[in-house]
Design a protein around this ligand. Sequence first.
Ligand code: ATR
Length: 272
Amino acid sequence: MEISAKTPVYCVIGHPVGHSLSPLMQNRAFAAAGCDGVYAAFDTANPEGAAAGIRALGIRGASVTIPHKVPIMDFLDEIDDNARAIGAVNTIVNSGGKLRGCNTDGRGAVRALEEHIAVSGKKVLILGAGGAARAIVHGLKASGADPYIANRTPDKARLLAQDLGAQAVSMDAISGRSFDIMINTTPVGMHPDTDAMPAPESVLAPEMHVMDIIYNPLGTKLLAKAEAAGCHVIDGAGMFVYQGALQFSLWTGRDAPVAQMRQVVYKYLNLN
Ligand code: ATR
């Protein structure tokens, strides 16, 4: 694919972004879909300036990552219902200078799960009550699932559950209950503390679907223990790929080449 004067430009804004896999994945997506486009990473601590830059330069779309997902909302022209309910934006769509904020994190997580199990009517235990949990619980509710939230700080689980119409459950009580699906949204088990587990092993039951959103490493201790216990496991590449695939579709109006996006992400993560 040749870059010309007409090539639409897309980007990720964040601070830091040096380790983002989005440029690798989205540039592969443009190439695989035969779609003119180039995607770059901008490390910026200034979300207001970044929004003005996107407008001024006609950048067609952007991914938004830490720490700008909430502050960027003040500088956009429109926030869609999904992003407003989640309270954060991970995607900007530029339509003729008008910037719309969207959020693909929750739906991305649901798509990753639905490759393995239909979520409607399922009891889903969410570990953690931060920003990622909020997006995922919202996505699950919108898909008809029944989410339960357990968190180190129980008050945060209660608040999130109340806000989104889910249920809170104490960490001490989760082993005595049965869930169809469990999702880790905490950083527990992430490099370099890879020996840590976000929940006791006793919560794992055969046939449960266990998803970790950590992808550094892909094979977390939680997933290894889950596999050994006879669970179905879904690693953190799933949500990452699908949140990006949904971004690609918002920007281009086309289906994303998910298989190729996944392939480049796995290749990178397995080599690093
Ligand atoms: P993100 O936006 O990525 O979800 P966050 O908003 O900082 O990140 O949320 C991180 C979540 O992981 C929180 O629910 C946090 O628990 P607290 O509410 O008690 O802070 C949870 N978390 C982080 N480190 C943890 C640890 N060592 N053990 C258990 N939970 C942890």
